[in-house]
Design a protein around this ligand. Sequence first.
Ligand code: GLN
Ligand code: ZN
Length: 760
Amino acid sequence: MTTLHLAGFPRIGAKRELKFLLESYWKHDIDETALLQGARELRQRHWLLQKGAGVALSPVGDFSLYDHVLDAQILVGAIPSRFGFDAATLTTARYFELARGNHQQPALEMTKWFDTNYHYLVPEWEANTRFSPNPAPLLAQLAEARALGIKAKPVLVGPLTLLWLGKTKGGDFDRLSLLPALLACYAELLGALAQQGVEWVQLDEPALALDLPAAWLAAYAPAYETLSGAPLKVLLSTYFGSVAEHAALLKALPVAGLHLDLARAPEQLATFAEAWPAGKILSAGVVDGRNVWRHDLSASLDKLEPLCAALGDNLWLSASCSLLHSPFDLAAETSLDADVRPWLAFAVQKLNELKLLQRGLTQGRASIANELVGSDFARDQRRASPRIHKPAVLQRLASLPADADQRHSPFAERIAAQQAWLNLPLLPTTSIGSFPQTAAIRKARAAFKQDELTPAAYEQAMREEIELAIRRQEALDIDVLVHGEAERNDMVEYFGEQLDGFIFTRFGWVQSYGSRCVKPPIIYGDVARPQPMTVGWAVYAQSLTDRPVKGMLTGPVTILQWSFVRDDLPRREVCRQIALALNEEVLDLENAGIRVIQIDEPAIREGLPLKTSQQADYLAWAGEAFRLTSWKVDDATQIHTHMCYSEFGDILPQIAALDADVITIETSRSDMELLRDFGRFSYPNDIGPGVYDIHSPRIPSEAEISRLLEKALEVIPARRLWVNPDCGLKTRQWPEVEAALTAMVSVAKKLRTQLESAVS
Ligand code: GLN
Ligand code: ZN
């Protein structure tokens, strides 16, 4: 019989219970006992859900109070030495200090878990890092599971992936040199699990889906040889991409089973199924753990049946990866669009899909006849639905001229045409878009959404905020103003709510990091813009001032990247549709007299595929989509873009190819390091490196802003340089903002005078 197993469940809980537990604990509203009790109840509930779905091997160790990669560091007794903590005796309070920092030490750095929106805490490897097994927390959870009658399979980050994900600290050394010591530790951990009677352990090696250096790949065989001594069975798990190029290596590894992500990379199955080693388990990750779409049971059975015939009990079934990345339960969505709802499946539904597949495989399709009819019906209805397919959108895209992603003239001519009416001084000042989202703004929006405030009253409230923002910017003497984004709760949601083809859930949260969750919109159909989305606000703002007001849009790549995207159309096509809708908005803004327009693309870097071989293609279509937003735009209209969060050093040519007239970027946290790359590459258009970090309430001194700008002037010609903060200011308070911007403008003016007198 085909075994059903799971790699992980959304630990945050159906109602984000973990978030609220954590935040209450941090605020000292509940004590440690209550926190740990709440966490235990969540684990128990999730295991019982799995049991109900017939999961034969449930994950243990997938739950974490903050992050499973942090837990893995503790498990191997290797937490950064700078904290001076001992992993074996780590208290809950200190656990959170690692995750969130304390008075002496900043938190562990956070970065994205492969190409997901989940952030893990980055291990810090030092030349003298020592490992020592610390299995107690894991064993305690194992005991909890067993007490419920759950057959548990501990799930651990694999040793090579764990090493790979960390960064080296304190001098240059090869972190791979830590592998032998780490393996000795893993061997002891496996031994401890075996002693508890654990039969299966899952070691996650998603690093195999990257382009690992040869030395790392070569380390896999000896590493797993070392671990094969433990008296238990290892399931080596890969996900987030194809590992077909390592098929020979993986088939030969001395492990009892291998898991493949067949949602992300279905094509790799053929390579593995052929001459699959006798007696080895092949775990087919068929149900997509990363998306929200209902599984096509029939299509899946078509693939699985021959596999099952060939492998028998050695075929296992699972989701493609941990369900951590999936929202919890569709049943909670009581007011979701009734047409779209049958096309969706969240974690609880995915469990059920797995159960049905298993039953269909072992007892025949007749045993799930009704469910197959339901699945086929939903699939067919989705394929044909007029809710999804808008011929007009496809026609418009098909009839785009070949140069739709090009401005009329080259940058040099455009900037001259822009400067002719903008008349900006040297080192023009601006901001990134948002101003503080005050309690009053949030209250007004909430009241409006709950029909407690009429549209007219809401509009009036927002207009007052806009006016306030304009007056304050004028008083600060900023050159290019913004309206402040008071009306936006979120830079993607605001647009998604107004575009056709998007729906929003009420509880479709997924963990981003720690207690933080995001609720991505779902793009289910062709994207179109029924009416202008931002024009009214921008025009009102412009009516209040003689200075130019910058229109503010979220770019197509960022909207795509921060949504759950339909799986029946290539991402690039969805992105083009969004771009075309945004282009209509850009043209409407321009028509209405808004002739500086910023199109934010903070997420462009994070959409980069894991495999180098696919990156050029992505960057090409992402760039094309961005440029498409400015189709037909007049030369004299100035297009800005903004990016943050990541290193761009490696994709500068592609960023230059976006051909925005002005780019503002986050640089202050890296002390303008990034700017050196821009200088070396001699970035051709205007550029505004952020001159202070908006992520902290700290008010920058004129001296430090001045120092950063002088550094910038070393690599950027003065007439190309803009002066602005790092990012939007929505999380800040007005007094901080006013103080910081006062300093910023003052420095810009002083430098400007110096530069001008140097010229004359
Ligand atoms: N215009 C947005 C803002 O200012 C940009 C946010 C971002 O870069 N993430 O809030
Ligand atoms: Zn930003």
